[in-house]
Design a protein around this ligand. Structure first.
Ligand code: GDP
Length: 522
């Protein structure tokens, strides 16, 4: 017997779509939301995005570059399952936002353009998923266009990503001859623009099949299917859950073909909300007490309100509107009076939410990335990482009268995760750190447009930074005192060592073997 909380948790799937720009992520998202009834007309996701962008000045960079810097979440329901789809930005830059978003999902759909195969961005996002053993479902998109040989594509995924693949369906034809797919596990033929349930058949030799597809297409497919049976791995759920094997579907997001297969695969195979590692213990999703972790902050979603939304993934239990939660970092109580769910077109107040759900919590700077909210326990989750910035800059202010305003703005933007902020121990001006150059453009744009403090950037004296720790606190204090001109503190007050070059970093560290450095802070 399962209790109501366990039932709610079991019917949740929290996932992201990873892909290279142009592979079809937006189109697929629209079609997924259509199935979920979250939108009436495909095309509205983008239309909505454009409308929102024109309202918001700081997003002008995104518009100019045709990218989406902002990740968002979309909740929809299909066939009794609640899906939380977390959007990852599609631009080329390394983005901390993307990493953090992927820490909040339990599974990912990897979209591949059938003509292009694995592309750079897909690979990078895949590597992040692999770090966390996130199970991946592969969707080979654009089968209605000239595509590469499906067996070649599978080979490329298997060798290129060192990921076993198990085709779940096999395409019948491609390009203008793309007729549909054959389901390898429960033999049936699904045809383009026909009943998505498909036509059950007894196997590849069922005489019904040649009556459904053109002779040439059938002949080629019939030859392939034996090879597929011989060469391909069959699906193994355990290997999938461990992140070693990916089930592969073929389809066309544009023609809304194969999209339902994906939803059904997510329901049947993807894991419900996973247990989460916290310092000291594992938090189980079905524990009755609510815990949640803030993995993203977004400012000014609605320019009329100048609000900040903290996106929190519930790790356990049930959130009820109006409940009082403890912000573990400060010990303060936060009243969750207006937690929100996000849909394609709308947000709405969430009366209740369960482990796996992502809710937005409006606030005015109270919540930071990595914060934990609980019903009282001092749980601290590990796993929302900060990455050592690759670019360090000093902020040069156009108008010196606005120094105080700049400090406030930088503090807020750092809490939001737009930049990292480091305060040098020697009292010199703050240094901002970013992982990708695009973040600097976003920073400049937001400083000017949102805070009215136009600023530019100049090189800092440093090029490398690492967080430093030591088992013996006294030794750390000594190191900090001896290297005062190379030490700064981050937003949490944790010390970092900054060096002019990798050479200098190594030189100093070789002389202080008790000091440990890290590039990622969790
Ligand atoms: P994103 O950059 O990954 O979000 O890709 P989009 O969804 O914006 O798609 C990029 C382009 O490919 C658009 O012109 C789409 O209409 C087109 N496209 C997406 N999916 C398909 C498909 O299955 N077949 C074809 N022929 N075109 C597609």
């Amino acid at each position: 017997m399962t209790n109501p909380l366990e039932q709610e948790v079991a019917r949740r799937r929290t996932f992201a779509i990873i892909s290279h720009p142009d592979a079809g992520k937006t189109t697929l998202t629209e079609k997924l939301l259509l199935f979920g009834g979250a939108i009436q007309l495909a095309g509205q996701v983008r239309a909505k995005g454009d409308r929102r962008r024109t309202r918001s000045d700081w997003m002008s960079i995104e518009r100019a570059r045709g990218i989406s810097v902002v990740t968002s979440v979309m909740t929809f329901e299909y066939d009794g399952t609640v899906f939380n789809l977390l959007d990852t930005p599609g631009h080329e830059d390394f983005s901390e936002d993307t990493y953090r978003t992927l820490t909040a999902v339990d599974a990912a759909v990897m979209v591949i353009d059938a003509a292009k195969g694995i592309e750079a961005r897909t690979r990078k996002l895949f590597e992040i998923c692999r770090l966390r053993d996130i199970p991946i479902i592969t969707f080979v998109n654009k089968m209605d266009r000239e595509a590469r040989d499906p067996l070649d594509l599978l080979d490329e995924i298997e060798k290129g990503l060192a990921l076993s693949v198990a085709p779940m369906v096999w395409p019948i034809g491609q390009g203008k001859d793309f007729a549909g797919t054959y389901d390898l596990n429960s033999p049936r033929v699904r045809q383009l623009e026909q009943d998505p349930a498909g036509v059950p058949v007894s196997g590849p030799d069922d005489p019904l099949i040649p009556t459904l597809v053109k002779p040439d297409t059938f002949a080629k497919w019939r030859d392939e299917i034996d090879l597929v049976k011989d060469l391909c791995t069959s699906f193994d759920r355990q290997a999938f859950l461990e992140g070693h094997l990916s089930p592969v579907y073929f389809g066309s997001a544009l023609k809304n073909f194969g999209v339902r297969d994906l939803l059904e695969a997510l329901i049947a195979y993807a894991p419900p909300p996973r247990d989460q590692q916290a310092a000291g213990r594992v938090v189980h999703a079905t524990e009755p007490k609510m815990t949640g972790i803030v993995f993203k902050i977004q400012a000014n979603m609605d320019p009329n309100h100048r609000d900040r939304i903290a996106f929190m993934r519930l790790a356990s239990g049930k959130l009820t509107r109006g409940m009082k939660a403890k912000l573990v970092r400060t010990g303060k109580t936060v009243a969750l009076n207006a937690p929100q769910f996000f849909f394609a077109q709308d947000r709405s107040i969430a009366d209740e939410a369960f482990a796996g759900d992502v809710v937005g919590i409006p606030n005015h700077g109270l919540l930071r990335i990595g914060d934990t909210l609980t019903e009282g326990e001092d749980v601290v989750f590990t796993g929302v990482p900060s990455f050592a910035p690759e670019i360090l800059r000093r902020v040069k202010l156009g108008d010196p009268m606005k120094a105080k305003k700049l400090r406030e703005a930088l503090q807020q933007l750092a809490e939001e995760g737009v930049v990292q902020l480091f305060i040098p121990a020697d009292g010199s001006p703050a240094i901002v750190g970013v992982v990708g150059a695009l973040q600097l453009d976003v920073l400049a744009d937001r400083l000017a447009n949102e805070y009215g403090v136009p600023a530019s950037f100049e090189p800092a004296r440093y090029e490398v930074m690492r967080w430093i720790t030591c088992d013996v606190p006294k030794k750390l204090d000594e190191f900090i005192a001896n290297n005062r001109f190379s030490i700064a503190h981050d937003l949490d007050g944790d010390p970092v060592f900054m060096a002019q070059s990798a050479f200098n970093l190594n030189y100093t560290l070789e002389r202080a073997p008790e000091i440990r450095t890290t590039e990622i802070k969790e």
